[in-house]
Design a protein around this ligand. Structure first.
Ligand code: SAM
Length: 372
């Protein structure tokens, strides 16, 4: 069996509907196992696979430069989309990962010229999925790969429309170290050399026996399913919330009768969503209600919507600053691992309420966490 570290069991910070979402646990595992010095992704769209890699790279403090390459216009298989996709990703990505990662808005072929030969340790090919397109991307970028690079191919298990990744995979994987996942539309993991870290060797070894394949596939399919279901739930709740705001509906009764005991997690999340709707409605009537903003921030945080929670508490602080609000902001920034802002906010809380030992203790804890 392959070795595991806790990294593979984390939940992605960025979730959205994506055919890739079920492979996030494997991306976490792979980044930890391979520890690449350079990662390039061809085909990024809303950044689910790419941001998963960045999350793991940041978490593990890896010395890795990352490049996300896409026209951000879409293609025949992914569908064509508007400017909002790039804008949404850039707004998420840049504040978190700009220190080591860049979104490169370009055609794959044009971008290739800007990378040195032999420089990429991990390449993820996820552009157009016809046989000709994916074979072309592989051939174009092959000289750029480091001697023991790993290449990921998404959609190796799609056998409809004119998807042809499975044909290319059959041609190139047979005489190289490899592993193929079948869930989440299929993901091929290809070793380009013959000298890999121990965990990667174990993955390729597992791929050589039916028993090994079944074991690894089962584990990652289950992990992936859990991530996929949570993402679907989060999206659904947001949609319900948007619809409710649009209709001015009161959903509290609906939630408590719709979810019987035993579904406490869903019930709690929906209850929070209803509270968010209620507070937004209050704020629509009186945008200067700083108490509602503060409560909104707490409810958003309970539903793991940390960025929105930060926005809300900052607005509340602007209207009426107090120690508790600064302490809440400090905790939120710590959740985002935005250490300087977390320390500043928590320090402000201690200054405003010097007798509150709990704030001083939190400040010490956050300062210690920031140094790990
Ligand atoms: C399947 S999506 C990528 C999905 C993404 N990896 C995820 O995690 O959800 C494919 C993307 O490739 C981009 N694309 C396809 N061919 C391209 C090309 N030749 N140059 C630049 N971008 C391309 C499209 O704009 C589209 O956003």
């Amino acid at each position: 069996m392959i070795p595991f570290t806790p990294t593979a069991f984390r939940f992605p910070d960025r979730v959205a509907q994506s055919a890739w979402i079920e492979h996030v646990p494997f991306m976490f595992w792979l980044v930890d196992a391979l520890r690449p010095g350079r990662f390039v992704e061809l085909g990024v769209h809303n950044g689910i696979s790419y941001c998963a890699a960045c999350q793991a790279i940041e978490l593990l403090h890896l010395d890795c430069s990352c490049y996300a390459i896409d026209s951000w216009k879409g293609d025949e298989h992914a569908g064509f989309y508007g400017e909002e996709v790039y804008a949404d990703l850039a707004a998420y990505h840049d504040p978190r990962y700009a220190a080591f990662s860049r979104l490169v808005r370009a055609n794959f072929d044009m971008a290739a010229a800007h990378f040195e030969d032999g420089s990429i340790d991990l390449l993820h090919i996820d552009g157009l999925h016809s046989y000709d397109a994916v074979a072309h991307d592989f051939e174009t970028w092959r000289p750029k790969l480091a001697p023991n690079a790993v290449v990921l191919f998404h959609d190796t298990n799609v056998r409809e429309r004119d998807f042809g990744v499975f044909r290319l995979w059959a041609e190139i994987a047979a005489d190289r170290p490899h592993f193929e996942f079948l869930h989440g539309h299929g993901l091929g993991v290809l070793g380009m050399g013959d000298d890999f870290p121990r965990a990667l060797e174990a993955l390729f070894a597992a791929g050589r026996t039916a028993e090994g394949r079944e074991g690894v596939r089962t584990i990652f399919a289950h992990l992936g399913q859990a991530v996929g279901q949570s993402a679907t739930m989060a999206e659904t709740i947001k949609k319900v919330e948007r619809d409710a705001i649009a209709r001015g509906a009161d959903l509290r009764g609906v939630v408590s009768s719709a979810f019987p005991a035993g579904q406490d997690a869903i019930r709690e999340e929906l209850t929070n969503a209803v509270e968010i709707v209620r507070l937004r409605t209050v704020l629509a009537e009186n945008p200067k209600n700083d108490g509602a903003l503060s409560n909104l921030s707490l409810a958003l945080n309970r539903n793991n919507r940390v960025d929105e929670a930060v926005d809300a508490i900052k607005q509340a602080i602007e209207m009426r600053p107090d120690a508790g609000r600064y302490a809440h902001l400090g905790n939120l920034e710590a959740r985002r691992r935005n250490w300087p802002a977390a320390i500043d906010a928590m320090r402000e809380a201690t200054v405003r309420a010097p007798d509150m030992d709990v704030f001083a203790q939190r400040l010490a804890q956050i300062t210690a966490d920031s140094e790990k």
